[in-house]
Design a protein around this ligand. Structure first.
Ligand code: PLP
Length: 342
């Protein structure tokens, strides 16, 4: 199988499995799992934040951040196609009691400028309106095709938000992909964000786990919410050991995924019926339109699956994601297969 459904499908490497087997562990609910503590300290150094917390999933990290930053009855701002709004099954409403104000990015990049965010904010509104409590950004932006937000653009939003007393949370599930594509550091890309969630189990290759970062107070409160949500786990040094390798070795090879994604886009644009802007493919996510193909996305993904290639279709679009288990040869096979299917 060539599995292009997501970069979450990777399997842990032999090195990771060996590290997991040998991991020193303790009870992390008591805070004494040495491997988890080491991973959290490493993340603190890399991101330049005060504290970090291991969380089982990216969704839990995002939702804890929303909970800790906001009060029930408030509103949060996300981009229209953002993960927190569309792919976390209403958790912000259920867990935090907030509503979400979706804002479309004017240039289609998925990244909001301050001029786009500002009209959506409600600062000190009349008592019968919901006040804005948080702005959420996403870098890279998943459903805008892995697009990147520059450090300057992010800092600008944060500075303007802070001037109004508003916190900013970064859904940085794939922030390392953004750093590689922009040739900068994750620290630069998240410098002014109040909190950051980064996922270890996507392109970085760990089998599970994300990290939430922020101030010491924010992380202390987040730890309480992680427990309340049932995410206080015990001997998770076994997973943190894989996370350490993901952090150390993962970023260096993301460039290969980006090269493969770009090659895939270059191949796809040659196929009649497929529409894609190759220049917009800058990380590991390739989203293309098949409205002119004469087949539905489901028909195409089913035909691909019969050829051993997995992808996700939604509406008139298909998404393919490159990762460490997808080779350059796999990309050529996928292009040829799509030619045959169409
Ligand atoms: C941008 C973004 N944020 C958050 C998540 C959630 O991560 P998890 O699947 O670990 O809950 C994902 C997962 O695909 C994502 O793409």
């Amino acid at each position: 199988m060539i599995d292009l459904r997501s970069d979450t499908v990777t399997r842990p490497s032999a090195k990771m499995r060996a590290a997991m087997a040998a991991a020193e562990v303790g009870d992390d609910v008591f805070g004494d799992d040495p491997t988890v503590n080491l991973l959290q300290e490493k993340a603190v150094q890399i991101f330049g934040k005060e504290a970090a917390l291991w969380v089982p999933t990216g969704c839990m990290g995002n939702e804890i951040a929303v909970k800790v930053h906001t009060k029930p009855g408030q509103e949060i701002v996300t981009e229209d196609r953002g993960h927190i709004l569309n792919y976390e099954v209403g958790a912000a409403a259920i867990i935090s009691g907030v509503t979400i104000r979706a804002v479309k990015s004017g240039d289609g990049s998925g990244h909001l400028t301050w001029n786009e965010i500002k009209p959506a904010l409600k600062i000190d509104p009349p008592y019968y309106q919901s006040a804005t409590g948080l702005i959420c950004l996403e870098n890279t932006h998943n459903f805008a095709g892995g697009s990147v937000m520059t450090a300057k653009a992010c800092s600008n939003v944060c500075k303007e938000a802070h001037a109004l007393g508003l916190p900013v949370h970064m859904d940085g599930a794939r922030i390392f992909n953004a750093a590689v594509a922009l040739d900068t550091s994750v620290l630069d890309l998240t410098r002014d964000c109040d909190s950051v969630m980064v996922t270890l189990s996507k392109g970085l290759g760990a089998p599970a786990g994300s990290l939430l970062l922020g101030t010491k107070d924010f992380i202390a409160e987040s730890r309480i919410w992680r427990k309340r949500l049932g995410g206080g786990m015990r001997q998770i040094g076994i997973l943190a050991a894989a996370g350490l390798i993901a952090l150390e070795d993962g970023p260096a090879r993301l460039h290969d995924d980006h090269t493969n994604a770009r090659r895939l886009a270059e191949g796809l644009v040659q196929i009649k019926g497929i529409s894609i802007d190759v220049d917009k493919v800058v990380t590991n996510i390739v989203i293309f339109d098949i409205a002119a193909a004469g087949k539905t996305a489901t028909e195409i993904t089913e035909a691909l699956a019969a050829n051993g290639i997995l992808a996700i279709g939604f509406g008139t679009q298909i998404r393919m994601v490159t990762h460490l288990d997808v080779s350059a040869d796999n990309i050529e096979t996928t292009i040829e297969s799509l030619k045959t299917v169409l």
